[in-house]
Design a protein around this ligand. Structure first.
Ligand SMILES: [Zn+2]
Length: 236
């Protein structure tokens, strides 16, 4: 499904994108507890490409991470959903530096140049379905129950973090880094450092790259395979 319009905000601490609710895609399967409806996506990034992601994969930090936030359709609104343990499903996408621009992000990056100051908003025609923002291989992902990464950090999120990163150029990253925050500084390093896993279980989808036993060991985690091969974002 192609969203017709995207509303892009500099909210002072991230770049956030919303689409018309009527066009909002839904996700299910892939081990999720029901159907979730898309609400918004936003980005976390660093002041340079050595950092920016909130998750690490095999200890690797990425220059940027995108969060596609969905809430459980059954709860009706995102406000009600954040009060439920299975209220939100967030898809996490890592970015890695490529030599050339990623054309899927050209309209978004162009729009960000128009909203460099906090509280600015722009509406653009979306030329791509949301699928264009995801990695080619969406069959390989990590899954765990965790929290929102911003206060109040409610433990209401079913996380899906894709193993494969999406390319983006340094020139495109610079547009993110040139945005300004509420204090008149460059809007950078808006990520929360990785948290201790403590007793959490991390599941990994069974298909795709990186799911062999040796890479599991290098994670140093208790990792459990999901029995389902369903592609979680089939309907995005
Ligand atoms: Zn986030």
């Amino acid at each position: 499904m192609k969203p017709r319009r995207m509303r892009i905000k500099n909210n002072g601490h991230a770049a956030q994108v919303e689409i018309d609710a009527a066009a909002a895609p839904r996700i299910d399967d892939g081990g999720l507890a029901g159907e979730y409806i898309f609400a918004q996506f936003h980005f976390h990034w660093g002041s340079d490409s050595s950092m920016g992601s909130e998750h690490t994969i095999n200890g690797v930090r990425y220059p940027m991470e995108m969060h596609m936030v969905h809430y459980k359709t059954a709860y009706g609104t995102i406000g009600k959903a954040v009060q439920q343990a299975d209220g939100l499903a967030v898809l996490g996408v890592m970015f890695e530096i490529s030599q050339t621009d990623n054309p899927a992000f050209t309209p978004l990056v162009k729009a960000l140049k128009e909203i460099q100051e906090p509280s600015m908003t722009i509406e653009v025609d979306a030329q791509y379905p949301l699928r264009a923002f995801l990695p080619r291989d969406v069959g390989a992902f990590y899954r765990y129950d965790g929290s929102l990464t911003t206060p109040t950090c409610n433990e209401v999120v079913t996380w899906t973090v894709f193993d494969q990163a999406v390319p983006i150029s340094e020139a495109q990253m610079e547009v993110f880094r040139n945005m300004r925050n509420d204090h008149g500084h460059n809007l950078v390093n808006n990520f929360r450092p990785p948290q201790a896993l403590s007793s959490r279980k991390v599941f990994m989808s069974y298909s795709g790259t990186g799911s062999d036993a040796s890479s599991m060991k290098s994670l140093g985690l208790a990792v459990y395979f999901l029995s389902t091969l369903a592609v979680v974002v089939a309907s995005v």
